[in-house]
Design a protein around this ligand. Structure first.
Ligand SMILES: CC(C)(COP(=O)(O)OP(=O)(O)OC[C@H]1O[C@@H](n2cnc3c(N)ncnc32)[C@H](O)[C@@H]1OP(=O)(O)O)[C@@H](O)C(=O)NCCC(=O)NCCS
Length: 175
């Protein structure tokens, strides 16, 4: 069986990420919908504070599938924002997306010693709402029309993801 993999984004990956970000199935579900051009992507990458932002590409069956992000890391308050984008439309609904999701939250809560995650999600983005609910996110409030803010404590994450984590271990012995 093909082994799932998570790797840190390098400069050579940024145009692939841009390509994914501009695809309709992703762009239409983002809060900010600007179409990003080649140079803007380069400027965005150069401006990243890599202490506060960890970007990963997840792959499966020797294909790059999507992007998993830990951003706005606040080491003092132990908070961050998490995000997943499945770039390859053929893998929507595949367990690799939840694999990547759980992987980055484990990384943030355990390796980076975070305590709380936040996410902003469009109210009509049912896939993202379902995925985030599965791992324990709870609604806080509507921050702007059609955009909800959600919170996830480490405790909730551990409780809610326990079963999925053991399922993922059965699919991937390295998990
Ligand atoms: C969030 C995301 C990673 C969830 O992936 P997932 O858990 O594998 O997706 P789901 O299992 O919820 O998908 C279920 C169904 O919705 C469809 N679907 C999911 N996301 C879709 C999308 N962005 N566009 C079109 N169809 C989509 C799938 O094809 C699947 O259809 P089916 O029920 O006929 O099989 C993925 O939907 C995605 O990358 N969305 C775009 C980016 C995004 O919204 N990220 C979150 C921002 S907060």
């Amino acid at each position: 069986m093909s082994i799932p993999n998570l790797r840190t984004v390098e400069v050579d990956d940024i145009q692939l990420i841009r390509f994914w970000r501009n695809l309709d199935h992703i762009n239409s579900r983002m809060v900010i919908k600007d179409v990003i051009d080649f140079d803007a992507q380069r400027d965005w990458y150069d401006s990243l504070d890599l202490e506060k932002t960890k970007y990963f590409i997840y792959s499966f069956e020797k294909k790059d599938i999507g992007l998993a992000t830990i951003s706005k890391i606040d080491y003092e308050n132990k908070t961050f924002e998490g995000g997943i984008q499945c770039g390859d439309i053929n893998y929507l609904g595949h367990w690799i997306n939840i694999w990547a999701c759980i992987k980055i939250y484990n990384l943030a809560f355990f390796d980076l010693k975070m305590e709380t995650a936040f996410a902003k999600i469009l109210s009509n983005n049912n896939s993202a709402l379902r995925l985030n609910k599965t791992i324990g996110y709870e609604f806080i409030s509507e921050v702007e029309k059609g955009v909800g803010k959600y919170i996830l404590s480490k405790k909730n994450f551990l409780n809610k993801s326990k079963k999925i984590q053991s399922y993922l271990k059965s699919l991937d012995s390295n998990f």
